[in-house]
Design a protein around this ligand. Structure first.
Ligand SMILES: Nc1nc2c(ncn2[C@@H]2O[C@H](COP(=O)(O)OP(=O)(O)OP(=O)(O)O)[C@@H](O)[C@H]2O)c(=O)[nH]1
Ligand SMILES: [Mg+2]
Length: 441
């Protein structure tokens, strides 16, 4: 997500770290680098220049607090200004009725699935109501989503009046479920007719959240769209979808933020788990490589990442057991890579060619293979010679080459874990993490 922007910003800050002392020239260079990075993410030019002017003024005039190096001071300024640029954090409470609106294909229906999953994890019981009466197969799509999430759906094929469906949905589910999520029809553009329809829907539903979905690839054009919907329909927040699929997401977020329509969620993929609550501090921390312990902990929780596993990894141990624990969570949460990206300072160190997402299909087989290993083999896979490979393949109904591949993958991950453990001056990032984990979740 926003790889180019992130690497541009990190590179800019790295240069500051390398320069012996900080003067106007180094600050100018930093400001230019930051500008370039932001413009490449389609952030509006005026916003970029305002921001970098503030960074420069503060960097040259503000005195660092005691105990903070000039370099840290500048990093802090850049961080704070970027956080301000992308918006302010809004609390996501426990809404009772949400309406999703947006243009054709913006990601409404998919996002409804993600948001339903999100609140499900928080212990709410959602129900879905399909009010897109225009697009063929829209009802089938939302029914499938419901089945996937195991939540009830009201989406009749034969009713062509969206308001009627909304009313039926309210009658059926409002008392029985904690959160009703209503889908709506898209259009090519926001015209009066659509505005009127959506407004009426919002009123009937008495939605406490009206969420506009905007695809990230619109870049800064997201701004006028958020403004238009806000004025004509009234929205409580924006969900920027498809952040994973474009470099222009930075522009979309910053453009919405200035319109006063807060970005509440970002969609980062097609799966129900690919959703984040938008938190400017967390977002920027991660982007500039500070990592973000909080989001790691949350993710870890979601995948039931056992504290012992984290501690074992932290202390340099990475047997098949740890490997397997990692694999188990992957299908549910996207990729291990995204967990790793959340670890402080680790983002930049992840090898580009590490692609674990492809491995999901193989996971079942890997599970069987690991189960066919003896305790000693699991603890120390180097014991596995070719006769043992044969035995494991036989025992798990797989091919020897597949067992070898599993071992190779394990070795690769182990090396990486080693590289990241115990190398930093303060005892390793993972060691630090382990301390946190010890404090419990
Ligand atoms: N990569 C990626 N694709 C997404 C994301 N959100 C939605 N999509 C895809 O975008 C396409 C359109 O999504 P829908 O949810 O059907 O959009 P919609 O707004 O309901 O569309 P209409 O009902 O036709 O107006 C689908 O192929 C989704 O899988 C996302 O965050 N990332
Ligand atoms: Mg739809």
């Amino acid at each position: 997500m926003l790889d180019k922007l992130g690497s541009g910003l990190r590179e800019a800050l790295r240069k500051i770290a390398k320069s012996g002392h900080i003067d106007e020239k180094t600050v100018d260079q930093l400001v230019r680098d930051v500008q370039r990075a932001l413009l490449s993410a389609d952030v509006n030019v005026t916003q970029v220049f305002e921001l970098t002017k503030k960074i420069k003024d503060r960097a040259l005039n503000e005195k660092p607090l005691q105990g903070i190096t000039p370099r840290e001071h500048i990093v802090k300024i850049v961080y704070e200004e970027l956080v301000g640029l992308v918006g302010t954090k809004v609390e996501i409470g426990r809404p009772k009725r949400m309406l999703f609106i947006g243009l054709f294909g913006s990601g409404k229906t998919t996002s409804i699935g993600k948001v339903a999953r999100f609140f499900q994890k928080k212990g709410l019981r959602p129900a879905l109501i399909g009010c897109d009466v225009h697009r063929p197969a829209a009802m089938e799509q939302i029914r499938q989503l419901g089945a996937q999430l195991n939540v009830p759906v009201h989406a009749p094929d034969d009713e062509k009046d969206a308001v009627k469906i909304a009313k039926q949905g309210l009658e059926m589910y409002d008392k029985k479920y904690d959160l009703l999520i209503f889908d709506s029809s898209g259009r090519d553009s926001l015209d009066e007719e659509l505005a009127k329809e959506l407004k009426t829907m919002g009123e009937i539903i008495e939605a406490d959240e009206v969420i506009l979905t905007i695809p990230a690839d619109l870049g800064q054009a997201a701004g006028p769209q958020a403004k238009g919907f806000n004025e004509l329909v009234g929205i409580t927040g924006v969900l920027i979808s498809k952040m994973d699929a474009t470099a222009r997401g930075g522009g979309a977020i910053t453009a919405c933020s200035v319109t006063g329509a807060p970005v509440k969620f970002i969609g980062t993929g097609e799966k129900p788990e690919a959703l984040e609550v938008f938190d400017p501090e967390r977002f920027i921390s991660r982007l500039i490589g500070f990592g973000d312990l909080q989001s790691l902990l949350e993710k870890a929780k979601e995948i039931e990442f056992k504290p012992e596993t984290a501690q074992n990894i932290a202390s340099g141990k990475f047997s098949m057991n740890e490997f397997y624990e990692q694999l188990k969570g992957m299908g549910q949460m996207g990729s291990l890579k995204s967990v790793m990206e959340s670890i402080p300072g680790m983002g930049a160190k992840i090898p580009k060619n590490l692609d674990l997402s492809q491995q999901e299909g193989k996971m079942k087989k890997w599970k069987y293979m690991i189960e066919s290993m003896t305790t000693a083999e699991k603890a120390d896979p180097s014991l596995i010679n070719s006769s043992r490979v044969k035995r494991i393949a036989k025992g798990s109904g797989t091919e020897e080459t597949e067992v070898r591949e599993l071992m190779k993958q394990h070795e690769k991950m182990k090396k990486m874990m080693k590289m990241m453990t115990g190398q930093s001056k303060r005892g390793g990032m993972l060691a630090k993490l382990a301390k946190k984990f010890k404090g419990g979740f």
